[in-house]
Design a binder for this molecule. Sequence first.
Ligand code: OMP
Length: 243
Amino acid sequence: MQLTKAEAAGKIMVALDYPTTDAAAALVQALRGIPCWLKVGMQLYYAAGPSFVAQLKEQGYAVFLDLKLHDIPNTVKGASEVITRLGVDLFNVHAAGGVRMMEAALEGVDRARAGSAGGAPPQVIGVTQLTSTSRETLNEEIGIAGTVEDCVVRYAQLAHRAGLSGVVASPLEVQAVKTACGRAFRTVTPGIRPAGAEAGDQSRIMTPQQALACGTDYMVIGRPITGAPDPREALQSIIEELV
Ligand SMILES: O=C(O)c1cc(=O)[nH]c(=O)n1[C@@H]1O[C@H](COP(=O)(O)O)[C@@H](O)[C@H]1O
């Protein structure tokens, strides 16, 4: 499938992993006009809070709020209700919390929307195994036997059963997740590294082109863009690679 530049940009979620609003705002300014998603994770959210998320929405961005909720169902339901009111487009919960916890996240979304003016509800996705987790870590530290792919597929099936829209996984597991849960079940994949880029703490990686060929729906990309001397040029060259 041949993508336009705008379609390729719309598959990229730039991770705004910064300690201050000013640093994140400078990156947003540098990327102005490129129709990518923006991801606000824990570091920025704990520093900048809901008002920064609101600013991104006012600027017209699709926003992924990556807070990886993982708690008892009642707490996750309450947090999901508040997150939904922020107007984000996507947020995540840990699939390891189980089906009931993921269902509670969706109940929180519904509760926020009851009586609200409308707009599309946020998609909720389940984090499977973090892309930094290797098979060795999974088997020997965490104590889960089998391959990482087996575990990711199992968690994806739980997320699917709970009614979530998709999962966060590495691009290596996209095909197995789609086979198990259907083509429409979304895959959001961090662990993206352009050829020659440093893996850093990521264990399960692919290039943007390889991830696209595997059928990923969205790619989360942080340091290859934010750590580049010219982040705009880095994002544009990834987009060029995909069209
Ligand atoms: O949920 C996530 O976004 C996430 C899940 C996961 O398994 N691995 C993962 O790297 N992430 C996030 O994706 C981003 C990846 O950033 P880079 O490794 O710098 O490209 C970070 O913001 C992580 O918090």
